[in-house]
Write a protein that binds this ligand. Sequence first.
Ligand code: KG4
Length: 339
Amino acid sequence: MDTIILGIESSCDDTSAAVIKNGVLLSNVVANQAVHEAYGGVVPELASRAHQQNIVPVVNEALKRANVTKDQLSAVAFTRGPGLMGSLLVGVSFAKGFARALNIPMVDVNHLNGHVLAHFIKEPDEETAQPKFPFLCLLVSGGNSQIILVKSYSEMEVLGQTIDDAAGEAIDKCSKVMGLGYPGGPIVDRLARQGNPKAFTFNKPQIPGYNYSFSGLKTSFLYSLREYLKEDPDFIEHHKNDLAASLEATIVDILMSKLRKVAKDYNIKEVAVAGGVSANNGLRNAFREHAAKYGWNIYIPKFGYTTDNAAMIAITGYFKYLNKDYCPMELPAFSRVTI
Ligand code: KG4
């Protein structure tokens, strides 16, 4: 019998639904929320309202594109957390209602596990290399910067993580300081391609072990900019490409130096990257350079699977479903949860 999983993701500002049949992705629908752009960041109340409007059409569209009817579903997988509570509640409540009405099991998915297992999303008629266990995954998003040792589909250990801001948060905040718009990541990425990464230097954190810190860099960026602006009020306009390139290079350097350390200490050459910031071209290039220099086998997700999507929730739910790892109806959403 076929195993067909509906995945639902609503942890932040993307409402998404996906259908996976026997481990193969049939559809992945994502509705982004433009409403936050005017505020320069995600407004939680507006996010949950938008999820409420989007969830039914998005799920219907995912089923339609997959050519699957509700009564063919084996289970509903949903993001339990971490994320914004109001946003999570929309997906969790919807999944509960759906599973109850169809009398099928529910599978709760940790959003962070989902990002890591995005590397196992299989598209029809496509062979993509998948990481072999154990592998390391650099998970970098707007809310997380972690180095994870992935031992199996279900066993993951966080070896290092940020003690303050996440890498994506640092990029977004620096971009806001430059008046570039939100989210800053893709804008900084675009500008950086035309800039000199060595034009400016910013403070790098000196933290022992495998942890990260990005708040000092953010302050260093802000203070340097203030000094330059005293000399030239149009400094940002004149130097935005170099500023973006230097900021990106600093962040990539911080991320890769700790990852190198872990890879060496654990003697692992299977190295993956995941999360929104893995869309960054500078980071992707750094991965390719490390593969060539250190013999790493690298795994970089397709652009569509870097940011929040339900395909990664559905595939994670699929693996849990095969283990009969279902969750009870009473399970609440969790805004804070680690791997
Ligand atoms: O994983 P994600 O979609 O959301 C969560 O935080 O869960 O990640 C969003 C983050 C934002 O900080 C955004 O600016 C960053 O990913 N981002 C990028 C790029 N695309 C998205 N950062 C750098 N370069 C990019 N191309």
